[in-house]
Ligand binder design. Structure first.
Ligand code: FES
Length: 114
C-alpha cells in the first residue's frame, strides 16, 4: 500500500489534487469523509480542476469539471449535469490507516511498469 494523503491535512469541504508516479487523482473531504477519484473527466478525459486543488463548484456542494462545467456528486462521482450526464467519475479504492489514505501499489503503477 502507498500512503498518499494525511487525512488531517485536508480541510472539511475542500479538495486536493494528488500525483503519484505520473498518475493523477484527487481527494475531497465532505462531512468528515474522504472521497477519492481519478482526475479525469468522463466526457473528454481532461483533468477536472479549475486551479491547483480546486475541484468543487462555488458552493463546495458538487465536483465541477473546468472544461465544460459538468457537475458530479461528491459521494459517488455520478454526473448530474453536463455533457457526460449519467456517467461517473472513476473512484479509487482506499483504506485509512493511522490517519493516512492508503492505496494499493498496483493501482498506482503506471501501465507498462506493472
Ligand atoms: S471535459 Fe469535462 S465536461 Fe467536457
Amino acid at each position: 500500500m502507498i500512503g498518499i494523503l494525511d487525512v488531517d491535512e485536508l480541510e472539511e469541504g475542500t479538495s486536493r489534487g494528488l500525483e503519484v508516479n505520473n498518475l493523477y487523482l484527487f481527494a475531497v473531504k465532505k462531512d468528515d469523509k474522504i472521497h477519492l477519484y481519478w482526475n479525469r473527466c468522463p466526457h473528454l478525459g481532461t483533468p477536472l480542476e479549475w486551479e491547483e486543488d480546486r475541484f468543487l463548484d462555488a458552493d463546495g456542494a458538487l465536483i465541477q469539471c473546468s472544461t465544460h462545467g459538468a457537475l458530479f456528486q461528491i459521494s459517488d462521482g455520478h454526473c448530474l449535469f453536463g455533457p457526460c450526464k449519467g456517467k461517473s467519475l472513476k473512484s479509487v479504492p482506499f483504506v485509512i490507516e493511522n490517519g493516512i489514505v492508503m492505496v494499493e501499489d498496483s493501482l498506482l503503477t503506471p501501465p507498462g511498469q506493472r
